[in-house]
Structure formats: structure tokens, C-alpha cells
Ligand binder design. Sequence first.
Ligand code: HEM
Length: 393
Amino acid sequence: MGVEFNPYDFVQADADPYPVYARLREEAPLYRSEELDFWALSRHADVVSAFRDATRFSSANGPLLEQRAWGPQARKAMSFIAMDPPEHTRMRRLVSRAFTPRRIAELETGIRAIARRHLEAALERGEFDLVTDIAAPLPTDVISELVGVPEADRPELRRLADAALHREPGTQEISQEGATALLELVGHFAEIVADRHRHRRDDLASALLDAAVDESSLTDEEIIAFLHLLVGAGNETTANLLGNAVYWAWRHPDQRAKAFDGRVAGWVEETLRYDTPAPTQLRTLTEDVELHGTRLTAGSRIMLLPGAANRDPRVFERAEEYDLDRDTAEMASFGSGPHFCLGAALARLEARIVLEEIVDRVADYDLNPSAGRRRQSIHIRGFASLPMTVTAP
Ligand code: HEM
């Protein structure tokens, strides 16, 4: 029987999608899902060239397959990740004026303080949940710090961000509660932007108001949509990268020994390659395109599978092995071309700091994944809950 790929199939897509990815790459490099009306590309060369070809592989309907997220309205909630050049270029240039490498690097001390606070509280309890106690709250707090959300409002922002991303079991659509939380979240950002109009501070919200390129600057609406994109793109991805890193090192004691021996950067990079938290991105064809001998018509939806590309043996030797020492330069986890992840440096910094703090404070750890829970989402791969115990040094 031919290979069947359904990203909504929990067992196939969430528990372990890699056997299906391998079959897609070998047996159906251009896969067709009639039921969900998309084509899928899984080979590294195909995924990367589609990412780079924004003229034919458009983001104008957004990068998500979910029914309510897909379509020309996507940009309202998802800002420039759902735009093509030249509109995308303008927005990204403006935002990059504020979201600078210097601003990210300056966050290091703040991120370490946040990581220590969550980790110390967890260690004091002895038994804790890596995801709900540390990995999930941390990126939300970091984005709050970056954007300039007042300390007192941060727990509320975390609650709203969580609720906005919540999906009822068995459905991929946003719940009513989620939709309300989303509106409240946007309201918070609108208040911050209104406040910064009156008093600028040393934060991203103020820097976005000041950003200008060739007479053009960002409108309040554009800033609010971008802040919303940061919450959507920057929280769950980073949280799941941390969960996946701790999980895979637990499954491979020899690699965990390397991590505890100081190879934390390799731990982050190899986890990104081996089990990326963002395994699927959608595109829409702007013109007819021939792929693997089949002519696809303009308007076709193409699912790119960086999660499959990252294990393509044409690019990575022993691709199915988790190895902290390998060269991961070709990984497709942050995309490629014009939409290359704006937060890649921040995600790497957050993951490195948390893992360094764990390595510094504990001799070893144990996990109980069967008491935990995988996330049910076609866009995000990782754990919603992962109970952990540690051995003191
Ligand atoms: C491990 C963590 C992360 C992964 C795996 C990841 C992955 C990605 C991928 C694959 C894309 C490209 C989407 C596309 O081509 O359609 C992307 C774009 C983006 N990411 Fe990330 N991301 C991560 C963390 C973050 C963080 C921490 C932030 C910000 C705080 C962030 C902000 C963004 C933004 C703003 C875009 C849109 C860029 C554009 O359209 O020009 N990401 N990310």
C-alpha cells in the first residue's frame, strides 16, 4: 500500500512522525492528500528551495493549514509571516531595526535570572514538570521583558498566551475561550503601544514606534500584529525545543554525558535538527509549477516538511542518529530565505541558558514521559507535560 500521511493523525504525526517522513522522502517526494487538499514536500533540496522561492511559493495565505488560520486574512493575526515581498520586505526591515542582535544579546542576564527563578523553585520541590514549570513559562516571560510588559501584568499575559494556543482534544480549531483570550492579548498590546506613544522606554515596543526606513514607519496596527506574532511564533516553539532536548538526551545516555560535559550548544543544535518543534510550514503556489514530474496548478497548497528534510540521508550522514557532535549547518528548522526565523538567535540563547543552568545545578536527571503528555498540534511538536526528577550533585 502506498504511504499515507495525515498530520492530524495523533499517533502518526505526534508520537513518531519519522517513519512516515522517511517513506514520504523515498516513495512519494511529492505527496498528495485529497482529503485535506495539500501536496507535501519532504526532501531537503525540495523543502529548502521552496522556502527560498517566495515568488512561486507564497506565504500570503499564512503558513498554517488550520482552516481558520489559512487564507488572505492570515496577516491580520500573523503579520508579515503571512506576507510576500515586497510588503514582507518592508515590514521585516522596519521590525529588524528594533529587533536587533544587540537587543537580543542584552537579554542574556535577564533570561538567566528568569531561568534561575523557575529552576530554583522547581528544584526546591524536588519533583517537577520540566514543561509546565520551566520550559513553557520562560519564553513568555522573556518576550514580556523584551516587549516591555510591566512585571505585574506578566502572569496574566502568560495565562492569555496559553489560553489563546489551547485546542480542545480532537480538534485543531481555536476554542471560544482561546478566541476571547486572543482578543484580550491584543488589547494588552494596544495599551502598551498607546502608553509608549506618550512615554518612550528602553523596550521593543518603543523601538518599534521609532523604527523608520525611507520615510516609512510602522502603524500601531502593524506593531500590535507583530507583537502578537512574537507570542505565537516565539513561545511554544522554544518551550518544545527545551522539552525535546531534555527528552532525547534522556533517551541517549551517551549523548547526555556529552551534554553534561559542556557540549550544551551541540545539544541545542542537534535537537533542533533531530526533532524540530516546528515540523510543517504551508505555502500557496502563485503559478503552475512542475514538481517531480507532476504539474501543479496555481492556488495549490504545498506543505513543506522541515522535520522530514532534517533527516534526509542525502544531506545528513546517519541521519536517524542523535549525535551532539555532528555538523547541523544544513538543518531546515528555522526555514530559509526571506522568512528565515527572526527569533532564531533568541531561541538558541534561551535554550542554551536553561540547559546550562540545569547542567550546572544537577548531577543527572530522570524523566517519566508516560506520566507526561505530548502536544496535539500539527504545527508544533513536543511535550505539553514532562515530569522530571533530578539527582543532586
Ligand atoms: C526553536 C524555536 C523556533 C523555531 C523552530 C522556529 C521556527 C521558525 C520557522 C520555520 C519560521 C519560518 C516560517 C515560514 O517560513 O513560513 C519562523 C519564522 C519566524 N519566527 Fe521562529 N522559530 C523559533 C523561535 C522563535 C522565537 C523565539 C521568535 C521570537 C521571539 C520567533 C519569531 C519568528 C518570526 C517573527 C518569524 C517570521 C519571520 C518572517 O516571516 O520573516 N521564532 N520560525
